[in-house]
Design a protein around this ligand. Structure first.
Ligand code: NDP
Length: 514
């Protein structure tokens, strides 16, 4: 059968070994997997979950016996669900490829059951249908809760009491938001734990499924050249940037309740920071990794208001109606103070990182779409070239950039002599690992990685409840203060670089933005 963690085998360079290993071969005929997508009629299901499930099927990563059930309140036949799903499926690996046969085979395993999210009776109806498809085999059941979060506990209750597997495992995937602050997050955790054990709950942060975020551990712990530099001794500051070049178009109702700090910083950026900054785990086991992440999070001071800049986008200066202000959104109040942009400086109080600023930037309606980590190194002490030539090399520090998206890349800037008789130094991109040049095969969508991990019981990219609690502790006091003091966000123009205040924040910590 496949090794316990078949992911390692995908990374082997030998092309003969590049094939994916099919799911648990030894259990081929005896086991069946049922995946239930709760909220199947919604945006997340259609855009991400069904396409990711098909991509896994297309690459033979689903077990031989599997069934997918969509569940939502809307009345639909199996055929109508299949029609809906089929519109979003593609042959991801190679878009030119024809995978119609595979699509047909996949759709034959998709069914639909209509029901209310809090009705045990309707979940019992689902259970009966699932049993019919499982045909007496050992059955594992995975529930993906793609519904608004106020439904999570009801669904967990009904799934547990009426539709749990009788002889295999039952797992539940949920996605952010996990509460609004420390208290509501704890309440959600308590609610879920009334029906599920912690090891049955898979909290997704889809940013963690992105190739370059996952690669952080490989970069740090399987290369000699990075890890020894990974501390306050050599690193001057770290920047975590997540910018989008579009506003909240259509998502106003959700976004206005949460804002950018809850939507991006408290989860995606803080999770990335924890992976970036944690100490070497005892092993690659999920619990060992998550233990180290929790230690980093618990070593962080709560973010201080004076270390934060919040902003909100306004329409573009030409009065171009295609770039509306945030408060022009139908579902957003004209007086909304919800930040669509935030920059914050965070510190980790431990021996490795004491005094090193970690700067986070997250914003919507900015000039570019990118997610990256920029690591700026300290100046060379007693730099010989400054002494001899008086050149101002302060501007030319080494910088390592990990670009998560778009165009995944890792590049390093270092000083180099410009060829010629004189002595001029150039600190441009010296080494550049551009993924699309080095790895022409398209990288899987984050949801594919996370779904296969949930199926295989690999928890390292999912968030444990104590991690979640520690992450909220970093931001909850700030969020409360922003709300209580009604801090007005600084306005910035749609498509610009964000509020001017960011530059003051950066200057305060002696940082040049990348
Ligand atoms: P939707 O708003 O599209 O809702 C999903 C389904 O839930 C709907 O099709 C509807 O199905 C049902 N539903 C909607 N509103 C209610 C309500 N008030 N009461 C009961 N049922 C309702 O959500 P998304 O698909 O966008 O997201 C699902 C979950 O994933 C949410 O928790 C969201 O926060 C999270 N998420 C979504 C992302 C995305 O890209 N969309 C990204 C990250 C997280 P029906 O009426 O047929 O029952």
């Amino acid at each position: 059968g496949a090794p316990a963690n078949s992911r390692t085998t995908e990374r082997v360079e030998n092309p003969a070994q590049k094939e994916y290993i099919p799911f648990l071969e030894t259990e081929k005929d005896e086991t069946t997997l049922s995946i239930v997508v709760i909220g199947a009629s919604g945006d997340l299901s259609r855009r991400k979950i069904f396409p990711a499930l098909f991509a896994l099927f297309n690459e033979d990563r689903l077990p031989e016996n599997f069934t997918i059930f969509g569940y939502a309140r809307i009345i639909m036949t199996d055929e109508e669900l299949r029609n809906m799903i089929s519109k979003t499926l593609t042959c991801r690996v190679d878009k030119r490829e024809n995978c119609n046969e595979k699509i047909d085979a996949f759709l034959k395993s998709c069914f639909y059951h209509s029901g209310q999210y809090s009705s045990e009776e309707h979940f019992l109806g689902l259970h009966k249908k699932l049993k019919g498809k499982e045909a007496g085999r050992l059955s594992n059941r995975l529930f993906y809760l793609a519904v608004p979060p106020n439904m999570f506990v009801d669904v967990a209750r009904c799934a547990k009491s009426r539709a749990a597997s009788e002889n295999g495992w039952t797992r539940v995937i949920i996605e952010k938001p996990f509460g609004h602050d420390t208290e509501s997050s704890r309440e959600l955790t308590r609610g879920l734990k009334g029906y599920l054990r912690e090891d049955q709950i898979f909290r997704i942060d889809h940013h963690m499924g992105k190739e370059l975020v996952e690669n952080l551990l490989v970069l740090r712990f399987s290369n000699l050249v990075f890890e020894p530099l990974w501390s306050r001794n050599y690193i001057r500051n770290v920047q975590l940037i997540f910018s989008e070049d579009f506003g909240i178009e259509g998502q106003g109702r959700y976004f206005d309740d949460y804002g950018i700090i809850r939507d991006i910083m408290q989860n995606h950026l803080l999770q990335t920071l924890a992976l970036f900054a944690m100490d070497t785990p005892v092993s690659l086991d999920a619990e060992d990794i998550r233990n180290e992440k929790v230690k980093v999070l618990r070593s962080m001071k709560p973010v201080q208001l004076e270390d934060v800049v919040v902003g909100q986008y306004k329409g573009d200066s030409d009065g171009n109606t295609s770039y509306p202000a945030y408060t022009d959104e139908m579902t957003v109040s004209k007086n909304s103070l919800t930040p669509t942009f935030a920059a914050a400086t965070l510190f980790i109080n431990n021996a490795r990182w004491d005094g090193v600023p970690f700067l986070m930037i997250a914003g919507k309606a900015l000039h570019s779409k990118r997610a990256e980590i920029r690591v700026q190194f300290k100046n060379v002490p007693g730099n010989l070239y400054n002494q001899k030539f008086g050149t101002d090399l302060d501007q030319a520090r080494n910088e390592l950039v990990i670009r998560i998206e778009p165009d995944e890349a890792i590049y390093l800037k270092f000083n180099n002599k410009v060829p010629g008789l004189g002595m001029r130094l150039d600190c441009g991109i010296g080494l550049n690992l551009l993924y699309k040049a080095r790895y022409p095969r398209e990288t899987p969508d984050a949801y594919e990685r996370l779904l296969i991990d949930a199926i295989e019981g690999e928890r390292r990219l999912f968030i444990r409840s104590d991690e979640l609690d520690a992450a909220w502790a970093v931001f909850t006091p700030l969020l409360k203060e922003l709300e209580e003091k009604k801090v007005a966000p600084e306005l910035y123009t749609y498509g610009s670089g964000g509020p001017v205040g960011v530059h003051y924040l950066a200057a305060k910590h002696n940082v040049r933005w990348g």
